[in-house]
Design a protein around this ligand. Structure first.
Ligand code: HEC
Length: 124
């Protein structure tokens, strides 16, 4: 009986541990040197759908399309810090014009960063 209980406790911890960890730690590897929490990636998905998808969902006006790894492969090596900075401040490249915060000035830098991480995560 005692062994049975310790078995239950140990397996309970093993089962629940990833959930505790998922909520509190940066455990989603977006790029080689950039990690975020799963929670942040979920926020990023919401922001992306509201403020980025219009261009990045279809690749309109030269926007690198989400999921199109060839459109992102030359951008990702710039590093997330630069990509986030360009998303927040706006960016004029060879392909077109990325408006600051995707044109939604109400977004915080954190929210734009989360949306950028979401896009890159799904575009490798
Ligand atoms: C009005 C269209 C439009 C919207 C909305 C938009 N983007 Fe962009 N974005 C672009 C275009 C066009 C480019 C490519 C510019 C180029 O390289 O010539 C781009 C490029 C980028 C890049 C790559 C920058 C780089 O340095 O290579 C990131 C990251 C990005 N956008 C993030 C976002 C995020 C995050 C949002 C939502 C908050 C967003 N974009 C909304 C048009 C848009």
């Amino acid at each position: 009986m005692k062994r049975y209980f310790s078995f239950l406790i140990v397996s309970g911890i093993l089962v629940l541990f990833p959930y505790f960890q998922a909520a509190s730690e940066d455990n989603v590897q977006v790029t080689a040197d950039y990690k975020v929490t799963g929670e942040k990636l979920n926020t990023g998905e919401k922001i992306y759908n509201q403020s980025c998808k219009a261009c990045h969902g279809t690749g309109v006006a030269g926007a690198p399309k989400i999921g199109d790894s060839s459109a992102w492969q030359e951008r990702i090596p710039k590093g997330m810090t630069t990509l986030i900075e360009n998303s927040v401040q706006g960016f004029k490249g060879d392909q077109g014009y990325m408006p600051p915060k995707g044109g939604n000035s109400k977004l915080t830098e954190e929210e734009v960063a989360a949306a950028a991480a979401y896009m890159v995560f799904h575009s490798k």
